[in-house]
Design a protein around this ligand. Sequence first.
Ligand code: ADP
Ligand code: ZN
Length: 193
Amino acid sequence: MTRPSDGGRIEVICGCMYSGKTEELIRRMRQVRIARQSYRIFTPRMDTRYAEGQVASHSGSRLEAITVATMREILTYAQDVQVVAIDELHLFDDDPAEMVRGCQWLANRGARVIVAGLDLNYRAEPFPAMMHLLALAEQVDKLYAICVKCGAYATRSQRLIDGKPAPADAPTIVVGGLDMYEARCRACYEPAV
Ligand code: ADP
Ligand code: ZN
């Protein structure tokens, strides 16, 4: 098909929970729709917070999406599409290297690939697939939430169990909302031990 110079690119929208990543993804995809470009939006099967077949932000905006589990599935649906959006990339239960390879392949074929996801897990360590895509991307936007403790810009997702920081040996992926995760700044973040 086309070469990267014909428009293929990777855009990464990252940040902590509640930083507006999904909102920003939806905003960009509404513009894609206005531009009458062909597109597909993918959301991971792991994300059980909302109805299948939708991306939804915490503030309530929604757009139709295809719920999938692997990059292989994305690639079968995304053939010959101009814009490919993947929400919550860190939540895919697939080899991180496969996720990165798939995004690269799509962009090399000329697609605009827009990826949204957490840059850091609840232990404040980078998610491998996101870490690589941040380096490879043409455009990176790091968004901030508001720290629930002090009101500063938040960059960390604090996972809580009964109001206390979750231990370091807890599973990396646990899907949850405001009851389980708080946005916090570097100073207010309590490291998992
Ligand atoms: P993300 O995809 O990054 O988790 P969303 O786009 O789903 O974020 O939701 C962002 C929305 O979350 C904000 O517009 C706001 O309404 C809400 N929100 C809830 N808690 C916070 C917070 N601590 N800081 C900022 N926004 C918050
Ligand atoms: Zn703070």
